[in-house]
Design a protein around this ligand. Structure first.
Ligand SMILES: [Zn+2]
Length: 63
């Protein structure tokens, strides 16, 4: 199973959900990066056998 957590972009302050998408490749672990969808800054870097996804969190409660 993959994992996910919430973080914040250091560059533009966007709230971001980082999600691992495991591919299940045996011995295929590599360092993968995820980038802010808004400003393209590096927001996450992890060892994974899949890849890492970064999405903006739409905060509906603060309007
Ligand atoms: Zn950003």
């Amino acid at each position: 199973m993959g994992w996910d957590y919430d973080t914040q972009c250091k560059e533009c302050g966007a709230k971001i959900r980082v999600t691992e998408r495991p591919m299940g490749v045996p011995g295929g672990k590599e360092k993968e990066q995820a980038y802010c969808p808004k400003c393209n800054a590096l927001v996450a870097e992890h060892m994974t056998d899949g890849f890492i996804d970064a999405r903006l969190i739409q905060d509906e409660s603060e309007e």
